[in-house]
Design a binder for this molecule. Structure first.
Ligand SMILES: C[S@@+](CC[C@H](N)C(=O)[O-])C[C@H]1O[C@@H](n2cnc3c(N)ncnc32)[C@H](O)[C@@H]1O
Length: 226
């Protein structure tokens, strides 16, 4: 059996990046500084969604500063798709500390420089809230996964319509999105994943417990199989 190497040629690893000055530096600082806390409040979601990831080539979308590297088997070969240049140095340091073979790809999830049907695992956390076009990103994830390959996710979503948190999400939606470089508090990401054409989708819905970040504590996690 021949397998396709999912790594892009070096010339393709810098396809699309951004740097919004102080805002991007703030976000890199924020995710570095609150990394342990964010991993603590999402731990139940991450433990179930990211359990038993097979060693091998793993694609992580919007890898940030490497918050999910602890869930990858040491020795994994990670293609980290991260358009924010401000995150790259920390990503590389984290991967080296975990013994991961890292390729950072400066690209957007909507247009991945990765061949069709070339990976078994794609994962992301807190990313489908931020991408410009979640449907296009999910189509790209399906395209690069082999049949039977898994997309694993942990995402914050819109609170139920009866909840005061929903009101809060709408009230602060625009300034929040500006500060967090596109993060939309009001997306129905479960519905978007369910409609993305995967063969099987399993979604767990549970609030993040004891989270100080109330606008983002309505969360989903799970796995979609191509
Ligand atoms: C809220 S942060 C989450 C970072 C990390 N996954 C975590 O859980 O800490 C969102 C990340 O998605 C990245 N991002 C933004 N737009 C993207 C896109 N179109 N495709 C892929 N990643 C994107 C951002 O640069 C940022 O690193």
């Amino acid at each position: 059996m021949t397998t396709t190497d999912p790594r892009p040629a070096p010339a393709q690893t810098e396809q699309g990046t951004f740097h919004h000055g102080a805002r991007s530096e703030f976000n890199a600082w924020f995710f570095r500084t609150f990394d342990r806390y964010l991993n603590h409040i999402t731990r139940q979601h991450k433990r179930s969604a990211f359990a038993d990831i097979a060693a091998g080539a793993v694609v992580e979308l919007g890898a940030g500063v490497g918050a999910n590297f602890a869930h990858l088997p040491p020795g994994s070969s990670v293609l980290a798709v991260e358009p924010s240049e401000a995150m790259h140095a920390q990503l590389e340091a984290r991967a080296a500390a975990r013994g991961l073979d890292l390729t950072v790809i400066g690209a957007y999830g909507e247009d991945l420089p990765i061949p069709d049907a070339s990976v078994d695992e794609v994962l992301c956390s807190l990313v489908l809230c931020t991408v410009d076009d979640p449907e296009a990103v999910l189509a790209e994830i399906r395209r690069i996964l082999r049949p039977g390959g898994r997309f694993r996710f942990v995402e914050h979503v819109a609170a139920p319509s009866w909840s005061p948190r929903r009101w809060l999400q709408h009230a602060i939606r625009r300034p929040w999105s500006w500060v967090f470089e596109g993060c939309d508090l009001c997306r129905d990401t479960a519905r978007t994943i369910e409609g993305a054409g995967f063969r099987e989708v399993a979604i767990r819905r549970a609030r993040l417990k004891r989270s100080a970040f109330v606008p983002v504590n309505t969360a989903i996690s799970g796995c979609a199989v191509r």
